[in-house]
Design a protein. Sequence first.
Length: 307
Amino acid sequence: MGFGGGRAPVEPILSDRRPPPFLSHQGISLYCEDLLRIDLPPESVDLIVTSPPYGVDVQYATVDDGIPYDRYLDFSRRWLARCLRFLRSDGRFCLNLPLDKNKGGQASVYSDVLQIAKELGWRYFATVVWNEQNVSRRTAWGSWKSASAPYVIAPVEMIVLLYKGTWEKRSKGTSDISRDEFIAWTNGVWTFGGETRAVGHPAPFPVELPRRCLKLFSYVGETVLDPFAGSGSTLLACLETGRQGIGVEVSEEYCQLIERRLRAAGPASRVGTAPKVGRLARAPRTRAPPRTRRISEGEAPEELVRR
Ligand SMILES: C[S@@+](CC[C@H](N)C(=O)[O-])C[C@H]1O[C@@H](n2cnc3c(N)ncnc32)[C@H](O)[C@@H]1O
């Protein structure tokens, strides 16, 4: 399956026919669906944090990431338009993208996707450079020690900050960012390592990335969407910082991974609320009326592990 099904029009699942979430847990809802089919209520999200597929032939469980670049940009246009609808007028978007790609031809994914976003009505605010320090990628030199055709690769990724209507929030809320975090994170070069694949996903970002975005750009209790939830790092950061989290992930394998990670994090990791014994409620993946079942029913209570 190519993500978004290539150029074919996709019939959206309208809000009143939205399937039940794959799981809901302590303010976190996960939909195991194609983003291009699921419909969330318009203007219902305060912050979007995501890294979409990069179109660099990552071996995902369900989708083909190796599609031609023009189809990749077409897919980007379609999901960016969709997410714009879901966001409130003073909502923000932290979009993690590669700077360049060299597989399947050189391209600046960052500038091409940003250009499309602006054409769709997204407004540009700034870019954070994530200094991932991933030196392991420095294996392709092009022409070694020769001016013939050397490759240049920056071991960084971009976090593009976009917004819908106004960058300044219309209402007051509770911020949970410390003085030192604020000073450090408003410097637009963030230096920390990436997440390893050992987490069970081929392209995860570390929880540190959404944690910073959430604390810098949203109030406690606000609604955060990750439309490409992957291994669930954004949802884990929501759980930890007391935001309402919505995740969409097309692969059932990764939805199960997210469930395991949320279960391991447990309600004890939630900041600002008294720890309660939490249960993951999971609905069957079906278009039929929801028959929500408690996955922990009949199971011995699991020991909750603080991450
Ligand atoms: C770069 S990964 C996201 C990784 C995530 N940030 C994390 O920390 O694990 C992109 C994810 O998008 C999912 N995906 C691709 N096409 C999708 C679609 N049309 N709808 C929903 N999810 C999709 C893939 O299965 C993959 O898990």
